[in-house]
Design a protein. Structure first.
Length: 66
């Protein structure tokens, strides 16, 4: 099985930022405010992961992004 063509189920902040063409900081703000559903993982729950379904289903309020 070739895993390089598989789409990850959980995305990083950077991957979501690329998808929406915004900064990683903006995606972090969306996660903190609840505009996009996210989960904290890793040691001390410092890493943010966003499920692909949240990206496909939700459109954050990008009008606030300048």
């Amino acid at each position: 099985m070739d895993t390089s063509t598989e789409v990850p189920e959980w995305l990083t902040v950077g991957e979501v930022a690329q998808h929406y063409r915004v900064s990683a900081r903006t995606v972090s703000r969306w996660a903190a405010s609840g505009e996009i559903r996210s989960k904290r993982v890793g040691p001390g729950a410092r890493l943010i992961r966003i499920h692909r379904s949240a990206v496909d289903a939700e459109q954050p309020n990008i009008s606030a992004v300048a």
